[in-house]
Design a protein around this ligand. Structure first.
Ligand code: FES
Ligand code: FES
Length: 155
């Protein structure tokens, strides 16, 4: 076992983990952060997307030990107290989810996308989110939500 100390959603956790433990499993099974989902075992779906030191990563592709000493934000830490993050609000406003399974990862990836490119075109949004799959095919409204946060509708 290896001892790690990770700040997750503003709280520091110190735990002993097996070196092979994936970050997503540490978040869900040790910390109970079940808002971060597992949708595949092939690194394709993006349901497990979190922020590691502010950048989106697929937490099924990161070992928990690699997060030692770093800062992780999950969908559960995105809201500011009782106030939704603007991207969460936009997904709600634009009806950007159906079953909701892809939604936590989509939102985390979208926040990172807009931080990198505050004025993305529709193509840039679609390209930026290509690592996140929605099986309900709700992409149009997801794009709309990102556009809302980025400051307006455009084609
Ligand atoms: S669970 Fe599908 S990419 Fe991580
Ligand atoms: S809303 Fe169902 S997978 Fe995206």
């Amino acid at each position: 076992m290896t001892r790690i100390s990770v700040q997750v959603d503003g709280v520091t956790y110190t735990d002993d983990v097996e070196p092979r433990t994936l970050l997503v499993h540490y978040l869900r099974e040790t910390l109970g952060k079940t808002g971060t989902l597992v949708g595949c075992d092939t690194s394709n779906c993006g349901a497990c997307t979190v922020h590691l030191d502010g950048r989106s990563v697929k937490s099924c592709t990161v070992l928990a030990v690699q997060a030692d000493g770093h800062e992780v934000t999950t969908i559960e830490g995105l809201a500011d107290g009782g106030e939704l993050h603007p991207m969460q609000q936009a997904f709600n406003d634009c009806h950007s989810l159906q079953c909701g399974y892809c939604t936590p990862g989509m939102i985390m990836a979208s926040v990172d996308l807009v931080r990198d490119n505050p004025d993305p075109s529709e193509t840039e949004i679609r390209d930026g989110l290509e690592g996140n799959l929605c099986r309900c095919t709700g992409y149009q409204n997801i794009v709309r939500a990102v556009q809302q946060v980025a400051g307006g509708e455009r084609s």
